[in-house]
Design a protein around this ligand. Structure first.
Ligand code: SF4
Length: 613
């Protein structure tokens, strides 16, 4: 049977500056299967259509709005709402909900203005997709893309009822997959889990119009009945996967008026799953769907992919989409990258207990941005969430990253069942001591599908209260379908706590920290320099400095011994014999340093806070 092409589509609110790795992988898999395909980065087209002819300042404002709606306000579905079918009563309710959530009035006006333009955008997308007369359209559906994808699927199906509409991606996993078929007649098939093993047969069947053979994870409809094959293992060796193809994204960007409006980044997948989650699944974490098993590409393969992709697209900024760095790369991939001496700017998610030497190795390899999963500066709360790190390790990492020029993105999460409110008062007191380090965001705990909190709320002192309120306003489906479709859930606490009542002081401190960071007015610093047998420390933290200290030999040695955190006995043992004068002397020196707010203490371990200049 002759093959017609398959279209692969990624809708808003995918990151504008990054090609979709899902589209890249699907087109590469189709090529391997010898099935014609075409990728459509329609999230990028959304920006091109809506701000492409604007002057640069307005283009930047649009990009900011796009990020705010698609990311910052995604917890209340602001981006998805832009694509929802307007219905007067629900619109009013949703507006009230956004107001209560604190959405600024101008952001609401942006939502409204974008909604006016969505219909024309969808029609234009349908023109583009249908121009090649595809046999099927595959939507990659991750966070925030469900409603925009459904909106376009409906337009496509109305224009061509024979067209097969296939959904796949993170927002289709588990029972969400079958719920999409139950709730939306425009969707014909849902692929749950990774498609690599079955992609060839699936694409060939779709392209030729033959029946699609069942495979693990597939959901389909027969008459009124929805069927779902149980999901299978993700067992294709990662080195056997094709290199993703990003040509369409770059061609679209380069031929558009947005060329040069932002610096594109290349997505890179080096691993799947989480090796830490295999040992201790962080209680709040809903990443990884049903498959936590960690697997990674060989360092040789990753090196090849980085070199080939950066050379092909002339881009040196690379974003690893993995959940966690394979620690073996520290001894294999990173030294190999360092030898290449490329001016890369690579992003990785890592566990926060890295040593200074490991961070140095990452820096030398071209890693410039890290997301270390810090989540809290309270060890008891970190223990509650099963994070496997301490506050001291988190602070140490932040300090070393600042010293090495590594940019860090981090959050303080709050609202864990069983957490002690006093820990937030303690973090609020600590915050001004840390203003020389990058500021976090304060984020309320969400109960995500696939997380341990979702799997067993009662055991954790939680009560699930159904889909988040905005979800019911977005999706006009039966309540049981809504519950199956929802990726996150409203919750209460068995002990009746209201976490926002005890984080106000910390919120104010973090707001001030962020505001100072943004203002650029006299950056907060706490730095030290080494002299011959002494240290100088300069303290320019707002509210604590300005101050300058000169530490004499013993105190300087004590301070240096606290670089990674040390007990009194460890500090004493680290001193040169001629500087040793017993634990009492060390304690006195530490007390003095604490008095100047130059140390952090936890469980008898003292951590130097100053960054080496
Ligand atoms: S939060 Fe991060 S470290 Fe924890 S289980 Fe999830 S992916 Fe792994």
């Amino acid at each position: 049977m002759p093959h017609r092409p398959i279209a692969f589509v990624s809708m808003p609110w995918h990151l504008l500056a990054t090609p979709s790795i899902q589209l890249g992988m699907l087109t590469a898999l189709a090529e391997r299967a010898d099935v014609p395909s075409r990728a459509h980065s329609l999230y990028l087209q959304f920006a091109i259509d809506l701000c492409g002819t604007d002057p640069p300042a307005k283009q930047r404002a649009f990009q900011e709005d796009y990020t705010n709606l698609g990311d910052v306000w995604s917890h209340v579905g602001a981006g998805e709402w832009v694509f929802a079918v307007p219905r007067r009563e629900r619109d009013a309710q949703y507006r009230d909900l956004l107001k209560r959530a604190g959405l600024p009035a101008d952001a609401w006006r942006t939502v409204q203005a974008l909604r006016q333009r969505v219909r024309a955008f969808l029609e234009r997308c349908a023109d583009e997709v249908l121009a090649a007369r595809p046999a099927a359209v595959g939507f990659t559906v991750t966070n925030g893309q469900t409603m925009p994808s459904l909106a376009l699927a409906q337009v496509l199906k109305a224009r061509d009822p024979q067209l097969q509409i296939v959904f796949g991606g993170a927002r289709c996993e588990g029972e969400m997959g079958a719920a999409l078929l139950r709730g939306f007649p425009c969707v014909d098939l849902v692929v749950r889990g990774k498609v690599e093993r079955h992609a060839g047969a699936l694409f060939a069947a779709l392209a030729s119009g033959a029946p699609v053979a069942r495979f693990p994870g597939l959901c389909w409809r027969e008459g009124e009945q929805v069927h779902a094959e149980p999901e299978g293992a993700d067992d294709v060796p990662m080195d056997d996967m094709p290199v993703p193809q990003f040509d369409e994204y770059f061609a679209r960007l380069e031929s558009s008026p947005l060329r040069g409006a932002f610096y594109p980044e290349l997505p890179l997948e080096t691993s799947r799953g989480c090796w830490w989650g295999m040992k201790s699944h962080c209680k709040f974490c809903g990443l990884n769907g049903g498959t936590m098993a960690f697997r990674s590409k060989s360092p040789e393969r990753v090196l090849h992919e980085i070199e080939a992709q950066t050379r092909k697209h002339g881009v040196l900024d690379v974003t690893a989409v993995d959940n966690i760095l394979d620690m073996r790369y520290l001894k294999t991939l990173m030294p190999a990258l360092r030898e290449r001496a490329l001016d890369l700017n690579v992003f990785f998610e890592v566990k926060a207990n890295l040593s200074f030497e490991q961070l140095q190795g990452l820096r030398a390899a071209g890693v410039r941005r890290l997301q270390p999963g810090i989540e809290s500066l309270s060890s008891p709360i970190l223990q509650l969430m099963g994070k496997g790190t301490t506050a001291l390790q988190n602070l140490r990492l932040l300090k070393w990253c600042r010293q090495l020029g590594l940019r860090v993105f981090w959050n303080v999460l709050y609202g864990f069942p069983g957490e002690d409110p006093a820990e937030y008062a303690r973090m609020a007191e600590l915050a001004p001591h840390l203003s020389h380090l990058p500021a976090p965001n304060l984020v309320r705990l969400m109960i995500d599908r696939f997380s341990p909190y979702f799997a067993d709320p009662a055991r954790h002192g939680l009560r699930l209260e159904g889909p988040l309120p905005h979800f019911g306003l977005l999706y006009d489906v039966a309540p049981d379908v809504l519950a199956q479709l929802s990726p996150s859930f409203a919750h209460g606490y068995q002990d009746g706590r209201e976490p926002s009542s005890y984080v106000a002081a910390l919120r104010a401190r973090i707001d001030a920290w962020q505001a100072h960071e943004r203002s650029g007015a006299g950056r907060s610093t706490l730095t030290y320099r080494r002299g011959a047998g002494f240290l100088t420390i300069s303290d320019l933290r707002p509210g604590l400095g300005p101050a300058r200290y000169v530490l004499e030999p013993r105190q300087a040695a004590v301070y240096l011994a606290c670089d990674a955190g040390a007990t009194v006995a460890q500090v004493e043992a680290a001193l040169d014999p001629e500087l040793r004068a017993g634990n009492a002397e060390v304690t006195a020196a530490l007390d003095e340093l604490h008095g100047a707010h130059l140390l952090y203490e936890e469980d008898g371990r003292h951590l130097a806070l100053a960054v080496r200049e």
